[in-house]
Design a protein around this ligand. Structure first.
Ligand code: NOJ
Length: 524
C-alpha cells in the first residue's frame, strides 16, 4: 500500500506560457491575455493539464516582468484584470488549471515599497529590503555574486548604504526576515487564490532567505566578472546566500494558505548541488509541493549524463520533483542537442523519459513544435543578461510562438513588428502547418501526452532502472511500464519485451532507431 496522499497534479503535465511571446491579441507586437485566450484550445487539444503563466504584473520590464512594481495589478501591456479572469475561466472550462508566477525574492526598484525605503530611511519599508553600511576598508559588504554575474551590492547615494540584489540593481532583494514582508505576501497569495488561480510557480524559491549575518560564501574556484554567469556562480560554495533553513518555515506558512484552496506550490528551486537542503524544501509535502530539477537543461545528449542527471535528484529528494528540458531562461533543447531534425529527435526522446519519471513534467511553449532557439541579429538584443550577442543570452528561447505562416505568424497581425523578431521561423515550424501533418513534432507530442495520460498506474509505482548491456540505452520502469531511450546513432534492441505503447521515431517492433525512445508495457 502506498502512503501517498493523492493530489490533483499527481499525473498532470504542465506547460509554461511566456506571456510576452505567446500570442498578441491587440496588435501591439507583445503577447497578452486576449491573445492567450484564443490559444487555450491549442493547449487543451495538445493534452495539457496545467498552464503556468509567467509574470504579468505592473513592471518597468527591466527583466521583462520578473521585476514587479505591483503584485496585484496587471500591466496594461498584457490587458486588464478582467482579461486575466477570462483566461482563468476558459482554462478551467477546458479542464486546465492555472498557475501564476509569484516573484518574492525581489521587487522592482519602482515598487512603492522600495521607493518609500529610498525616500525615507526611517520608514517601515526600509527594512523590507537588505541594507548594509559600507565597510570602512572600502570593500563590498561580502563576496556574493549575482545570478546574472557580477556584484550583488549597489550603493544608495542618498544614505550611503548598500542594498542587496541577487539579480539586477533594479531588482532589490526583499528581507524575508522581516515579518511584515511575510504578511504582505500572505495577502498577495490570497488575492490571486480568491480570483481562482490553482497555485503558484515561485520564482527564485531557493534564495528568498539570506544568512542573518550576510557572511561571505567560501570561494572554491577562480571568479571574475568576465566569466559566463554560471561559471562565476559555481566558483562559490553557496552556504550563505541560498537555501537557508528558515525558508522552510515560509513555505510551510504558504502551504497552509494554499491548502485552503487545494492549490499547488511549484518552486523554482534552482540549485544542482545542495540536495539535502532542497530535499527539506520539497519532500515533506508541507512546504513546496513540487520543486523543479534543472539538470536536464545543463546536460549533453549522452546516456551516462542523462542517467546521472536523473539519478542525483531521485536518490536524494524523496518526493515532489518537477522536470523540464526547456524554459524562457535557457537555449532550447533542440538546439542544445544538435539542432534540426537530429536535435528534434533527441528532444522528443528526452520528453518520453521526463514523462516517465516520478514527478511533474513541464513543456515550454514551442517545445511541442520542435522549435530550435530563434536566431537573432545583434541589434535585436533585449535581455539584460549576457554580452552583446542576443544569441548568447535568453532572447533566443523567448522569440514569439509561430502559430501560422501568415504575415505576423499568427502571433500578431500583418505589418506589426513583434517585440522580439521571430528568429528565423519557417512555415514548417508553425502550429497550423504541423497540425495538418500527422508526422509533425506537434502530433508526436500530442500522442505522447495522450498515451501517458492512460498510464496513471505509474503514479504509485516505484522508479527502477532496467539493467542493460548496451551503454547507450537509458531504461527504467515504473511498475510494468518501461521508458527506454536509445542515446546513440546505432539501432539497439529494447532490454524488455512487451507491447509498444508509444515510439518517438521510425524503429520497428522492439528495435529502437537512432535517438528513438519508446514506452513499453512489459509482458512476461
Ligand atoms: C528566474 C526567472 O525564470 C528569470 O527569467 C528571472 O530573470 C529571474 N528568476 C529573476 O527573477
Amino acid at each position: 500500500m502506498s502512503e501517498h496522499t493523492p493530489r490533483w497534479w499527481d499525473h498532470a503535465v504542465g506547460y509554461e506560457a511566456y506571456i510576452r511571446s505567446f500570442a498578441d491579441g491587440n496588435d501591439d507586437g507583445v503577447g497578452d491575455f486576449i491573445g492567450m485566450l484564443d490559444k487555450l484550445d491549442h493547449l487543451a487539444w495538445l493534452g495539457i493539464d496545467i498552464l503556468w503563466i509567467t509574470p504579468f504584473y505592473t513592471s518597468p520590464m527591466r527583466d521583462w516582468g520578473y521585476d514587479v512594481a505591483d503584485y496585484t495589478a496587471v500591466d496594461p501591456t498584457y490587458g486588464t484584470i478582467h482579461d486575466f479572469d477570462a483566461v482563468v475561466a476558459k482554462a478551467h472550462d477546458l479542464g486546465i488549471r492555472v498557475l501564476i508566477d509569484i516573484v518574492p525574492n525581489h521587487t522592482s526598484d519602482q515598487h512603492r515599497w522600495f521607493q518609500e525605503a529610498l525616500a525615507d530611511p526611517t520608514s517601515p519599508y526600509r527594512d523590507y529590503y537588505i541594507w548594509v553600511d559600507p565597510p570602512e576598508d572600502g570593500s563590498l559588504p561580502n563576496n556574493w555574486v549575482g545570478y546574472f554575474g557580477g556584484k550583488t551590492w549597489t550603493v544608495d547615494e542618498a544614505s550611503g548604504q548598500y542594498y542587496l540584489h541577487l539579480f539586477l540593481p533594479s531588482q532589490p532583494d526583499l528581507n524575508w526576515r522581516n515579518p511584515a514582508v511575510l504578511d504582505e505576501f500572505d495577502n498577495i497569495l490570497r488575492f490571486w487564490l480568491d480570483r481562482g488561480v490553482d497555485g503558484f510557480r515561485i520564482d527564485v524559491a531557493q534564495a528568498m532567505v539570506k544568512d542573518a549575518e550576510l557572511r561571505s560564501n567560501p570561494q572554491i574556484g577562480p571568479s571574475d566578472d568576465s566569466m559566463f554567469r554560471w561559471e562565476q556562480w559555481n566558483a562559490f560554495d553557496h552556504q550563505h546566500d541560498i537555501l537557508q533553513p528558515e525558508s522552510v518555515d515560509i513555505f510551510k506558512r504558504w502551504n497552509a494558505i494554499a491548502a485552503e484552496y487545494d492549490a499547488l506550490l511549484l518552486g523554482e528551486t534552482y540549485d544542482l548541488h545542495m540536495l539535502d537542503k532542497l530535499d527539506r524544501l520539497v519532500s515533506g509535502g508541507d512546504a513546496i509541493d513540487v520543486g523543479f530539477w534543472f539538470g536536464a537543461m545543463h546536460m549533453e545528449w549522452d546516456a551516462q549524463q542523462i542517467r546521472a542527471t536523473f539519478e542525483l535528484p531521485l536518490n536524494n529528494i524523496s518526493a515532489g520533483l518537477g522536470w523540464a528540458q526547456n524554459s524562457h531562461d535557457e537555449h532550447r533543447s533542440v538546439t542544445r542537442f544538435g539542432g534540426g531534425d537530429l536535435g528534434r529527435r533527441r528532444a522528443l526522446s528526452l520528453s518520453v523519459l521526463l514523462l516517465g519519471l516520478p514527478g511533474l513534467p513541464f513543456l515550454y511553449q514551442g517545445e511541442e513544435l520542435g522549435l530550435e532557439s530563434g536566431t537573432l541579429p545583434a541589434e535585436a538584443k533585449l535581455d539584460p543578461v549576457g554580452g552583446d550577442d542576443p544569441n548568447s543570452g535568453r532572447d533566443g528561447t523567448r522569440t514569439p510562438v509561430p502559430w501560422s505562416d501568415a504575415d505576423g505568424m499568427g502571433f500578431t497581425s500583418a505589418g506589426v513588428t513583434p517585440w522580439l523578431p521571430f528568429g528565423g521561423r519557417t512555415a514548417a515550424d508553425t502550429a497550423e502547418v504541423q497540425r495538418a501533418d500527422p508526422a509533425s513534432p506537434l502530433h508526436a507530442h500530442r500522442e505522447l501526452l495522450a498515451v501517458r495520460k492512460t498510464l496513471s498506474e505509474i503514479v504509485d509505482a516505484p522508479f527502477e532502472w532496467i539493467d542493460t548491456d548496451v551503454d547507450s540505452l537509458v531504461a527504467f520502469r515504473r511498475g510494468n511500464i518501461a521508458f527506454v531511450a536509445n542515446v546513440s546513432s546505432a539501432a539497439a534492441l529494447a532490454p524488455v519485451a512487451g507491447a509498444v505503447l508509444y515510439r518517438s521515431g521510425a524503429g520497428e517492433a522492439l528495435e529502437l532507431a537512432a535517438d528513438e525512445a519508446m514506452i513499453i508495457r512489459i509482458e512476461g
